[in-house]
Design a protein around this ligand. Structure first.
Ligand code: HT7
Ligand code: ZN
Length: 865
């Protein structure tokens, strides 16, 4: 397969003013009748053939132009394109296509999820439905009629507003939907099924009433309230913060169980993975409640950032995704704790996106080329893209940023545009020059910023020197300096803040001076993680302890604690590898005790401050990843801190236990977070009495957060018998709840125990496991390969072979999922020699398979390059 390049972009030769679709859904096949009003694009000179995308699975039954049926000589079909050489400047194209959604295991295009028809068209799924210019810069007004058996499929949905419905022959019925807003094919959606609905309404700022509907299976009707509340909160927030109102008369969400990603923002008809929309206290953890809120908001915000203003081509994917992630994270920060949200986002970025940036699939926020676009729905496009928008927000301030976003939406409403257009709107609204800033879109890799300082006591002048660099990434050896905001504070020895602000770093080396200071300050750097970089400054432990106690920026307080823990753990890893005995310094115990006993702190903040850096983060920071040493050191520290602070953990556990009924509000979530962190430490003491406490919590819990925490802590502790007991009990209680059982699979797959692989293989045969369902693959296969490093990296290579077997099995059946599962194998360069050999051998074995999908081929070949 050949790559596609951004530099080769050409505007479309033909535009589609109107798209009329008629779907006739049957059990064995679906007929799609498409009527397109086509006209030559005046922006393109010369005559070109008409090119329509069409997947090889499409059966073309009839094709006509202005009523005249074309013969096989009038067109040709190759690969994914249908060419018609000779067409008028303006014409009506009619096309009848036969497809087989019930055989579609790739879950792209039209497919069946548990007996219901649904679609996933982003990025290039529409070409599996009918022949069409399936590219985001062809925007068309759609009218869609869905016809199906009335009994089996009483609910028939598509984009826009419903305009007509009625009966058809043989117990069938139809509904026609009209979407007046021009949209690209990737935003098309259709749903047909026997669904229950939760209804509500929303009055927009200008007084229009919008009907809100969330569809799901009847048994899940009681799990839709949280999504509905989140939707209404998101609608209000977008009006207040961005001045954006909803535009159709109806907004629908449908929950489906078979879905490759989290959710999809189809115009007026979002389709959601059940895991991102269903929530109830009994079955859903706090983290999942927050995820539902965030994803519902994310898809809603796309109505403007993505739908009304869309992407010109898929290289611009971050235009909509980066901006929308920034919008949804600000929404969640406003709804919950801003500092905690920032800590969570940055932890993920620094662990997973930085690893991606250092791996073989590293790419700029605006990639230059790809083989399969589905492989580019990455943390770089989403999370780093959001950080780039956040930097613009920091550089401009909230008010000017809002002027820029207003200008962007007004200027480009109804258009398909580029990241350059977005930055230009920000530049025009502020009068600033962002030419250099745009390197964030074109240069891949995580920049390093090294900071040194000097102090002139006689003059009271402090200076900070910042040096930036960026490592080479595939295809990019030389990098030019970035324009980055470095938020800072200068903290005195007594904890008082002497000065704060934002430095703008633009050169490879730059010195900033601060006058009239009474003493040499401790610098608090990169506050709020103001740029997605690796910043180093030679902090002493005393300086970090000062920041941990007094930094006025909550994020940097947490980060100071992380730096202390990381420094210690890196030292312990060296000691462990050198065969030395490990010990826990008293100073660490003292500072942790102080945090644990500080009741003035938000318990969620305490929980974050006292959670040790994850194995994945330590791995990302390592030169060579020593999986077993990292695990052994983290376990050693957990146990040592558990024993040293046992009375304090118990006290915190009791303090955070409440008799109040469950509520997912931020304060209650915070209490549960600290309580369950304390329970984890208590279990790490290996005392039977404390096991009893965990078992009691498991049995008595009125909510999934507490029950699931007790389950995974016991299963992952040394108490194997008790662990099995709780697993069996959990199975008995929850075997009828698919999403809850996904956690049951995941807890076992991520258990760092030597028998984990055998257990995972046994679980594959469990009646509730279904290899066609991505949620099940994620909770078993991905949980084992990505969240159980000691088992996946077993020295005999069994973990690698296990993953290789799955990739080969899924390659044709669901290429998108196969390519995603591959990620842990692609990072082979970071591991010791012996592991490298086993991992590359597995990649070679996959590469040698016949008929590799583009998805898998791209990831494997780039990993081995
Ligand atoms: N914009 C949506 C992307 C998406 C997707 C992409 C490829 C394959 C399947 C997919 N499902 C959804 C999700 C979002 O960012 O809102
Ligand atoms: Zn999105």
């Amino acid at each position: 397969p050949e790559p596609i390049y951004l530099k080769d972009y050409k505007a479309p030769a033909y535009l589609i003013d109107h798209t009329d679709l008629r779907f006739e859904l049957y059990e064995e096949e679906t007929l799609v009748r498409a009527t397109l009003k086509v006209r030559r694009n005046p922006a393109r000179s010369g005559k070109s053939p008409l090119e329509l995308h069409g997947h090889e699975s499409l059966e073309l039954c009839r094709l006509s132009i202005d009523g005249e049926v074309l013969s096989e000589r009038d067109f040709s079909r190759d690969d994914e394109l249908l060419h018609i050489a000779d067409v008028p400047d303006e014409f009506v194209l009619e096309c009848l296509t036969r497809i087989h959604p019930q055989l579609n295991t790739a879950l792209e295009g039209l497919y069946k999820s548990d007996g219901m028809f649904c679609t996933q068209c982003e990025a290039e799924g529409f070409r599996r439905i009918t022949f069409y210019p399936d590219r985001p810069d062809v925007m068309s007004v759609f009218r869609t009629t869905v016809e199906a058996d009335r009994k089996l499929y009483p609910v028939l949905l598509s984009n826009g507003n419903p305009v007509e419905s009625g009966s058809a022959d043989d117990g069938r019925h139809f509904v026609t939907w009209d979407d007046p807003f021009p949209k690209p094919a990737y935003l098309f959606a259709l749903v047909a099924g026997d669904l229950a609905v939760l209804e509500d309404s929303y009055i927009t700022a200008s007084g229009r009433k919008v009907k809100l509907q969330i569809y799901g299976e009847n048994k899940d009707l009681d799990k839709l309230d949280h999504a509905m509340l989140s939707l209404k909160n998101a609608m209000r927030w977008d009006e207040e913060v961005y001045g954006r109102e909803y535009d159709l008369d109806i907004y629908m969400i449908v929950a489906v169980d078979f879905f490759n990603m989290g959710a999809m923002e189809n115009k007026g008809l979002n389709i959601f993975n059940t895991s991102c929309v269903l929530a109830s206290p009994r079955t859903t953890t706090d983290a999942a409640f927050q995820r539902v809120e965030g994803v519902v908001a994310h898809e809603y915000f796309h109505n403007w950032s993505g739908n009304r203003v869309t992407c010109r081509d898929w290289f611009q994917l971050s235009l909509k995704e980066g901006f929308t992630v920034f919008r949804d994270s600000e929404f969640s920060a406003d709804m919950n704790s801003r500092t905690v949200k920032r800590i969570e986002d940055v932890s993920m970025l620094r662990t997973a996106q930085f690893a991606e940036d250092a791996g073989p699939m590293a790419h700029p926020v605006r990639p230059e080329s790809f083989i399969e676009i589905s492989n580019f729905y990455t943390l770089t496009i989403y999370e780093k893209g959001a950080e780039v928008v956040r930097m613009l927000h920091t550089l401009l301030g909230a008010e000017t940023f809002r002027k820029g976003s207003d200008l962007y939406f007004e200027r480009h409403d109804g258009q398909a545009v580029t990241t350059d257009d977005f930055v230009q709107a920000m530049a025009d609204a502020s009068g600033r020059d962002f030419t250099q800033f745009k390197r964030w879109y074109s240069q891949a890799g995580t920049p390093r910023v090294e900071v040194s300082d000097s102090w002139d006591a006689a003059k009271g002048v402090y200076s900070l020197t910042l040096r930036q660099s960026c490592p080479a990434t595939p295809g990019q050896t030389e990098k030019l300096p970035f324009h980055m905001p470095v938020a800072y504070g200068l903290v005195a020895q007594n904890g008082v803040e002497l000065e704060a602000g934002v430095l703008e770093l633009t050169d490879s080396e730059q010195t900033f001076t601060f006058d009239d200071l009474p003493e040499k300050p401790v610098p608090s750097l990169l506050r709020g993680f103001s740029a997605p970089v690796k910043l180093s400054y030679p902090y002493s432990d005393e300086q970090l302890l000062l920041l941990l106690k007094h930094d006025g920026d909550g994020f940097n307080r947490w980060d100071a604690g992380q730096r202390i823990a990381v420094n210690l753990m890196q030292q312990l890893i060296e000691d462990h590898l050198a065969g030395k005995a490990l010990s826990l310094p008293d100073a660490m115990v003292d500072s942790w005790r102080a945090v644990l006993n500080d009741e003035s702190l938000d318990p969620a903040m305490v929980a974050h401050l006292l959670r040790l850096p994850s194995e994945a983060y330590l791995a990302e920071l390592a030169e060579v990843i020593q999986v077993d040493a990292i695990h052994a050191v983290r376990e050693f520290l957990r146990k040592a801190l558990a024993v040293a602070l046992q009375p304090e953990w118990l006290e915190a556990y009791k303090r955070c236990t409440s008799d109040e009924p469950y509520s997912p509000d931020a304060e209650s979530c915070a209490r549960r977070a600290l309580k369950n962190l304390a329970l984890g430490y208590l279990l790490a003491t290996d005392e039977d009495a404390l096991l009893a406490l965990a078992e009691e919590q498991f049995v008595d819990a009125d909510n999934m957060t507490d029950q699931q925490a007790a389950l995974s802590l016991v299963v992952h502790s040394g108490f194997r018998e008790a662990g099995q007991r709780l697993l069996d009990d959990f199975h008995t209680r929850w075997h009828h709840e698919a999403l809850v059982m996904n956690q049951w699979f995941a807890v076992q797959a991520s258990d760092p125990w030597s028998g984990a692989l055998e257990r995972v293989k046994t679980l594959q045969e469990h009646p509730l496991f279904d290899a066609k369902n991505p949620n099940k693959l994620r909770s078993l296969v991905a949980a084992f390969c990505a969240q159980n490093p000691v088992s996946f990296h077993a020295q005999d290579g069994s973990g690698y072979r296990y993953l290789g077997d799955w990739i080969i099995k899924l390659n044709k059946k669901n290429p998108q999922i196969a390519a995603r599962l591959l990620t842990p194998l692609t990072r082979w360069k970071r591991y010791p020699q012996a592991a490298q050999q086993l991992m590359t051998a597995e990649l070679e074995r996959i590469l040698a398979q016949p008929e590799l999908s583009k998805d898998v081929y791209e990831v494997v070949s780039k990993s081995l390059a």
